[in-house]
Design a protein around this ligand. Structure first.
Ligand code: FES
Ligand code: FE2
Length: 338
Protein backbone atom coordinates (compact mmCIF):
# COMPACT_ATOMS: atom_id res chain seq x y z
CA UNK A 1 0.00 0.00 0.00
CA UNK A 2 1.32 3.40 -0.92
CA UNK A 3 1.95 5.78 1.95
CA UNK A 4 -0.80 8.15 0.82
CA UNK A 5 -3.31 5.35 0.36
CA UNK A 6 -3.39 4.56 4.05
CA UNK A 7 -6.38 6.57 5.23
CA UNK A 8 -5.88 5.73 8.89
CA UNK A 9 -2.25 6.81 9.07
CA UNK A 10 -2.76 9.98 11.05
CA UNK A 11 -4.14 9.66 14.58
CA UNK A 12 -6.59 12.09 16.17
CA UNK A 13 -3.63 13.63 17.98
CA UNK A 14 -1.65 14.03 14.75
CA UNK A 15 -4.60 15.69 13.17
CA UNK A 16 -5.40 17.83 16.16
CA UNK A 17 -8.90 16.37 16.15
CA UNK A 18 -8.96 15.56 19.84
CA UNK A 19 -11.88 17.89 20.59
CA UNK A 20 -13.92 16.31 17.80
CA UNK A 21 -16.58 13.95 19.10
CA UNK A 22 -18.08 10.85 17.53
CA UNK A 23 -21.32 10.70 19.54
CA UNK A 24 -22.91 13.65 17.72
CA UNK A 25 -26.66 14.20 18.03
CA UNK A 26 -28.88 14.27 14.93
CA UNK A 27 -30.11 12.30 11.96
CA UNK A 28 -27.43 10.25 10.23
CA UNK A 29 -27.49 7.95 7.23
CA UNK A 30 -26.87 4.34 8.27
CA UNK A 31 -27.57 2.46 5.03
CA UNK A 32 -28.73 2.68 1.47
CA UNK A 33 -32.00 0.87 0.88
CA UNK A 34 -30.05 -1.39 -1.46
CA UNK A 35 -27.72 -2.47 1.38
CA UNK A 36 -30.51 -4.36 3.14
CA UNK A 37 -30.70 -8.01 2.23
CA UNK A 38 -33.77 -9.99 3.17
CA UNK A 39 -33.24 -12.15 6.25
CA UNK A 40 -29.95 -10.62 7.40
CA UNK A 41 -29.04 -7.62 9.58
CA UNK A 42 -26.77 -5.01 7.95
CA UNK A 43 -23.89 -3.71 10.04
CA UNK A 44 -23.34 0.02 10.14
CA UNK A 45 -22.10 2.90 12.28
CA UNK A 46 -24.06 5.62 14.05
CA UNK A 47 -22.32 8.36 16.03
CA UNK A 48 -19.52 6.04 17.12
CA UNK A 49 -21.80 3.07 17.86
CA UNK A 50 -22.02 -0.12 15.85
CA UNK A 51 -25.61 -0.75 14.81
CA UNK A 52 -27.61 -3.45 13.08
CA UNK A 53 -30.09 -2.31 10.42
CA UNK A 54 -32.96 -4.46 9.18
CA UNK A 55 -36.70 -4.38 8.41
CA UNK A 56 -39.54 -5.32 10.71
CA UNK A 57 -42.49 -7.39 9.53
CA UNK A 58 -44.23 -4.33 8.10
CA UNK A 59 -41.12 -3.48 6.07
CA UNK A 60 -40.18 -0.46 8.20
CA UNK A 61 -36.48 0.12 8.89
CA UNK A 62 -35.18 -0.81 12.34
CA UNK A 63 -31.87 0.32 13.82
CA UNK A 64 -30.60 -1.39 17.00
CA UNK A 65 -27.30 -1.45 18.84
CA UNK A 66 -25.44 -4.30 17.16
CA UNK A 67 -24.34 -6.08 20.34
CA UNK A 68 -26.62 -8.53 22.11
CA UNK A 69 -27.59 -7.68 25.69
CA UNK A 70 -27.25 -11.36 26.66
CA UNK A 71 -23.50 -11.81 26.29
CA UNK A 72 -22.40 -9.18 23.84
CA UNK A 73 -22.24 -11.09 20.59
CA UNK A 74 -22.70 -8.98 17.49
CA UNK A 75 -25.97 -9.66 15.65
CA UNK A 76 -24.18 -9.13 12.38
CA UNK A 77 -21.73 -11.97 13.10
CA UNK A 78 -24.08 -14.37 11.35
CA UNK A 79 -27.44 -13.46 12.93
CA UNK A 80 -30.64 -13.53 10.93
CA UNK A 81 -34.03 -11.86 10.78
CA UNK A 82 -36.95 -14.02 11.92
CA UNK A 83 -40.49 -12.61 11.65
CA UNK A 84 -39.14 -9.05 11.70
CA UNK A 85 -36.96 -9.66 14.79
CA UNK A 86 -33.19 -9.96 14.82
CA UNK A 87 -31.90 -13.29 16.12
CA UNK A 88 -28.50 -13.41 17.80
CA UNK A 89 -26.21 -16.01 16.22
CA UNK A 90 -24.87 -17.30 19.57
CA UNK A 91 -27.74 -18.45 21.82
CA UNK A 92 -30.56 -17.44 19.51
CA UNK A 93 -32.24 -14.72 21.57
CA UNK A 94 -34.53 -12.61 19.45
CA UNK A 95 -35.02 -8.82 19.68
CA UNK A 96 -37.92 -6.85 18.21
CA UNK A 97 -38.01 -3.43 16.54
CA UNK A 98 -37.95 -1.69 19.93
CA UNK A 99 -34.89 -3.69 20.98
CA UNK A 100 -36.87 -5.80 23.43
CA UNK A 101 -35.83 -9.43 23.86
CA UNK A 102 -38.93 -11.38 22.88
CA UNK A 103 -37.62 -14.93 22.67
CA UNK A 104 -34.89 -17.05 24.23
CA UNK A 105 -33.82 -20.56 23.44
CA UNK A 106 -36.08 -23.54 24.15
CA UNK A 107 -36.94 -23.74 27.84
CA UNK A 108 -34.97 -20.69 29.00
CA UNK A 109 -36.57 -18.04 31.20
CA UNK A 110 -35.81 -14.58 29.86
CA UNK A 111 -34.33 -12.09 32.31
CA UNK A 112 -36.38 -8.94 32.99
CA UNK A 113 -35.54 -5.71 31.16
CA UNK A 114 -33.54 -7.50 28.55
CA UNK A 115 -33.20 -4.81 25.90
CA UNK A 116 -30.77 -3.41 23.42
CA UNK A 117 -30.94 0.25 22.46
CA UNK A 118 -33.13 1.08 19.50
CA UNK A 119 -32.92 4.29 17.46
CA UNK A 120 -35.72 6.14 15.63
CA UNK A 121 -35.34 5.38 11.92
CA UNK A 122 -36.78 6.71 8.66
CA UNK A 123 -36.27 5.76 5.05
CA UNK A 124 -36.01 8.62 2.56
CA UNK A 125 -35.29 8.44 -1.15
CA UNK A 126 -33.17 5.33 -0.97
CA UNK A 127 -31.43 6.07 2.32
CA UNK A 128 -32.10 4.84 5.86
CA UNK A 129 -31.43 7.44 8.54
CA UNK A 130 -31.34 6.94 12.31
CA UNK A 131 -31.58 9.54 15.03
CA UNK A 132 -28.92 9.62 17.72
CA UNK A 133 -29.47 11.70 20.83
CA UNK A 134 -31.71 12.41 23.76
CA UNK A 135 -35.37 13.40 23.59
CA UNK A 136 -37.64 13.80 20.61
CA UNK A 137 -35.96 13.29 17.23
CA UNK A 138 -35.56 16.47 15.19
CA UNK A 139 -38.04 17.07 12.42
CA UNK A 140 -36.63 15.48 9.26
CA UNK A 141 -35.72 18.23 6.79
CA UNK A 142 -35.32 17.34 3.13
CA UNK A 143 -35.67 18.61 -0.43
CA UNK A 144 -37.93 16.00 -1.92
CA UNK A 145 -39.25 18.39 -4.55
CA UNK A 146 -37.28 20.63 -6.87
CA UNK A 147 -37.80 24.43 -6.60
CA UNK A 148 -40.27 24.10 -9.54
CA UNK A 149 -42.25 21.44 -7.69
CA UNK A 150 -40.96 18.55 -9.80
CA UNK A 151 -39.74 15.22 -8.46
CA UNK A 152 -36.16 14.01 -8.78
CA UNK A 153 -35.08 10.97 -10.70
CA UNK A 154 -33.51 7.99 -8.97
CA UNK A 155 -30.00 9.35 -9.52
CA UNK A 156 -26.65 7.85 -8.61
CA UNK A 157 -25.04 7.17 -5.24
CA UNK A 158 -21.74 6.26 -3.70
CA UNK A 159 -20.45 5.07 -0.32
CA UNK A 160 -16.95 5.40 1.14
CA UNK A 161 -15.38 5.04 4.58
CA UNK A 162 -12.76 7.74 5.00
CA UNK A 163 -10.35 9.09 7.56
CA UNK A 164 -11.58 12.48 8.68
CA UNK A 165 -14.29 13.97 10.83
CA UNK A 166 -17.53 14.76 8.97
CA UNK A 167 -17.30 18.36 10.11
CA UNK A 168 -14.17 18.83 8.00
CA UNK A 169 -16.11 17.91 4.89
CA UNK A 170 -19.16 20.03 5.72
CA UNK A 171 -16.86 22.97 6.42
CA UNK A 172 -16.45 23.07 2.63
CA UNK A 173 -19.77 24.90 2.49
CA UNK A 174 -18.53 28.26 3.81
CA UNK A 175 -14.97 27.67 2.59
CA UNK A 176 -15.29 29.60 -0.66
CA UNK A 177 -11.52 30.13 -0.77
CA UNK A 178 -10.88 26.60 -2.13
CA UNK A 179 -13.53 26.63 -4.87
CA UNK A 180 -11.28 28.04 -7.57
CA UNK A 181 -8.22 25.91 -6.94
CA UNK A 182 -9.84 22.56 -6.12
CA UNK A 183 -13.11 22.73 -8.04
CA UNK A 184 -12.34 25.18 -10.86
CA UNK A 185 -15.21 27.46 -9.85
CA UNK A 186 -15.32 31.21 -9.76
CA UNK A 187 -17.40 32.51 -6.83
CA UNK A 188 -19.86 35.18 -8.04
CA UNK A 189 -21.96 35.61 -4.94
CA UNK A 190 -21.85 34.31 -1.41
CA UNK A 191 -24.62 34.80 1.16
CA UNK A 192 -24.07 34.89 4.90
CA UNK A 193 -24.62 31.63 6.71
CA UNK A 194 -28.13 31.48 8.13
CA UNK A 195 -28.44 29.56 11.35
CA UNK A 196 -31.57 28.20 12.94
CA UNK A 197 -30.63 25.94 15.85
CA UNK A 198 -29.30 22.75 14.28
CA UNK A 199 -29.95 23.85 10.68
CA UNK A 200 -27.50 25.94 8.69
CA UNK A 201 -28.26 27.30 5.23
CA UNK A 202 -26.20 29.12 2.68
CA UNK A 203 -26.68 30.38 -0.86
CA UNK A 204 -23.90 30.99 -3.32
CA UNK A 205 -23.51 31.41 -7.06
CA UNK A 206 -20.53 30.10 -9.03
CA UNK A 207 -19.37 29.73 -12.61
CA UNK A 208 -16.91 27.16 -13.95
CA UNK A 209 -13.70 28.67 -15.32
CA UNK A 210 -12.99 28.27 -19.01
CA UNK A 211 -16.54 28.32 -20.35
CA UNK A 212 -17.01 29.02 -24.09
CA UNK A 213 -17.94 32.60 -24.98
CA UNK A 214 -21.69 31.98 -25.38
CA UNK A 215 -21.88 30.61 -21.81
CA UNK A 216 -19.87 33.38 -20.20
CA UNK A 217 -22.84 34.80 -18.33
CA UNK A 218 -23.88 31.47 -16.89
CA UNK A 219 -24.58 31.32 -13.15
CA UNK A 220 -24.85 28.15 -11.13
CA UNK A 221 -26.99 28.79 -8.08
CA UNK A 222 -26.35 26.61 -5.05
CA UNK A 223 -28.60 26.37 -1.99
CA UNK A 224 -27.17 24.30 0.83
CA UNK A 225 -29.18 23.10 3.82
CA UNK A 226 -27.00 21.38 6.39
CA UNK A 227 -28.87 19.48 9.10
CA UNK A 228 -26.59 19.07 12.09
CA UNK A 229 -23.34 17.45 11.06
CA UNK A 230 -25.34 14.62 9.48
CA UNK A 231 -26.29 15.63 5.97
CA UNK A 232 -26.28 18.49 3.51
CA UNK A 233 -29.24 18.55 1.13
CA UNK A 234 -28.29 20.90 -1.70
CA UNK A 235 -30.10 22.24 -4.74
CA UNK A 236 -27.97 23.24 -7.72
CA UNK A 237 -29.64 25.26 -10.48
CA UNK A 238 -28.06 25.87 -13.87
CA UNK A 239 -29.73 27.27 -17.02
CA UNK A 240 -29.93 23.68 -18.35
CA UNK A 241 -30.90 21.50 -15.43
CA UNK A 242 -31.60 21.46 -11.69
CA UNK A 243 -30.12 18.85 -9.45
CA UNK A 244 -30.11 17.75 -5.84
CA UNK A 245 -27.00 16.48 -4.10
CA UNK A 246 -26.91 14.90 -0.69
CA UNK A 247 -23.69 14.61 1.29
CA UNK A 248 -24.36 12.37 4.26
CA UNK A 249 -21.71 11.80 6.91
CA UNK A 250 -21.86 9.38 9.83
CA UNK A 251 -19.16 9.04 12.48
CA UNK A 252 -17.63 5.59 12.84
CA UNK A 253 -15.17 7.02 15.37
CA UNK A 254 -14.12 10.61 15.94
CA UNK A 255 -11.66 10.39 13.02
CA UNK A 256 -13.31 7.87 10.70
CA UNK A 257 -16.47 8.74 8.79
CA UNK A 258 -18.88 6.93 6.52
CA UNK A 259 -19.71 9.16 3.57
CA UNK A 260 -22.75 8.54 1.42
CA UNK A 261 -23.32 10.70 -1.63
CA UNK A 262 -26.36 10.92 -3.84
CA UNK A 263 -27.07 13.01 -6.93
CA UNK A 264 -30.54 13.37 -8.44
CA UNK A 265 -31.75 15.42 -11.38
CA UNK A 266 -35.02 17.10 -12.32
CA UNK A 267 -36.06 16.63 -15.94
CA UNK A 268 -33.45 18.70 -17.81
CA UNK A 269 -34.42 21.45 -20.21
CA UNK A 270 -32.05 20.32 -22.95
CA UNK A 271 -30.10 17.05 -22.60
CA UNK A 272 -31.38 13.57 -21.82
CA UNK A 273 -31.74 13.05 -18.08
CA UNK A 274 -29.59 9.92 -17.91
CA UNK A 275 -26.72 11.82 -19.52
CA UNK A 276 -26.90 14.73 -17.09
CA UNK A 277 -27.22 12.35 -14.13
CA UNK A 278 -24.22 10.30 -15.10
CA UNK A 279 -21.98 13.29 -15.89
CA UNK A 280 -23.03 15.14 -12.79
CA UNK A 281 -22.63 12.08 -10.59
CA UNK A 282 -19.13 11.49 -11.86
CA UNK A 283 -18.18 15.12 -11.34
CA UNK A 284 -19.67 15.28 -7.85
CA UNK A 285 -18.02 12.03 -6.71
CA UNK A 286 -14.68 13.20 -8.11
CA UNK A 287 -14.86 16.58 -6.44
CA UNK A 288 -15.76 15.06 -3.10
CA UNK A 289 -12.89 12.61 -3.54
CA UNK A 290 -10.52 15.52 -4.12
CA UNK A 291 -11.74 17.24 -0.96
CA UNK A 292 -11.49 14.03 1.07
CA UNK A 293 -8.00 13.18 -0.17
CA UNK A 294 -6.75 16.59 0.82
CA UNK A 295 -8.66 16.84 4.09
CA UNK A 296 -7.85 13.35 5.38
CA UNK A 297 -4.21 14.38 5.58
CA UNK A 298 -4.99 17.78 7.08
CA UNK A 299 -4.54 19.01 10.60
CA UNK A 300 -7.28 20.98 12.23
CA UNK A 301 -6.07 24.52 12.87
CA UNK A 302 -8.04 25.89 15.74
CA UNK A 303 -7.22 29.52 15.10
CA UNK A 304 -6.92 29.69 11.32
CA UNK A 305 -5.23 32.78 9.89
CA UNK A 306 -8.14 33.61 7.62
CA UNK A 307 -7.94 35.82 4.56
CA UNK A 308 -10.64 38.16 3.27
CA UNK A 309 -12.17 35.79 0.73
CA UNK A 310 -12.31 32.79 3.07
CA UNK A 311 -15.99 32.79 3.98
CA UNK A 312 -17.51 32.43 7.41
CA UNK A 313 -15.43 29.54 8.68
CA UNK A 314 -15.46 30.68 12.29
CA UNK A 315 -19.22 31.21 12.33
CA UNK A 316 -19.59 27.69 10.96
CA UNK A 317 -17.32 26.27 13.64
CA UNK A 318 -19.16 28.08 16.40
CA UNK A 319 -22.42 26.56 15.12
CA UNK A 320 -20.87 23.08 14.86
CA UNK A 321 -19.51 23.28 18.38
CA UNK A 322 -23.01 22.80 19.83
CA UNK A 323 -23.01 19.19 18.62
CA UNK A 324 -19.60 18.44 20.11
CA UNK A 325 -20.72 20.04 23.38
CA UNK A 326 -23.77 17.76 23.61
CA UNK A 327 -21.61 14.70 22.85
CA UNK A 328 -18.89 15.68 25.33
CA UNK A 329 -21.44 16.35 28.06
CA UNK A 330 -22.99 12.93 27.51
CA UNK A 331 -19.57 11.27 27.59
CA UNK A 332 -18.70 12.95 30.87
CA UNK A 333 -21.98 11.83 32.45
CA UNK A 334 -21.35 8.15 31.66
CA UNK A 335 -20.10 6.04 34.57
CA UNK A 336 -16.36 5.35 34.47
CA UNK A 337 -15.81 1.62 34.17
CA UNK A 338 -12.86 -0.10 35.87
S1 FES B 1 -24.98 -13.56 23.19
FE1 FES B 1 -26.74 -13.19 22.06
S2 FES B 1 -28.10 -14.74 22.66
FE2 FES B 1 -26.35 -15.04 23.88
FE1 FE2 C 1 -14.89 21.29 -1.81
Amino acid sequence: MKHNDDPYRLSAKDKNLEGFEAALPGWFAVAFTSDLVRGKPFESALSGQTVAVFRDDAGNPVVLDAHCSHMGVKFTSGGRIVNGNVECPFHGFQFDKDGKCVKGYEGCKLPKNNKVKSYPAVERDGVIFAFFGEGEPWEFIEKRKSPRGKTWNRGVSQYRRVSLHGQQLHENTPDSGHFARVHGLEVLENSELTINKHVLTQYYAVRPFGLPKFLEDMRVKVNVTLVGLGYADTIVETPFFTSRTRIMTTQVTSTVTDIRLWVQVEKPRVFPRWMVTSLLGRQFFNETRQDVNILSEARFVEKPRLADGDGEILKFRKWAQQFHDVAAEKRRSLPVVG
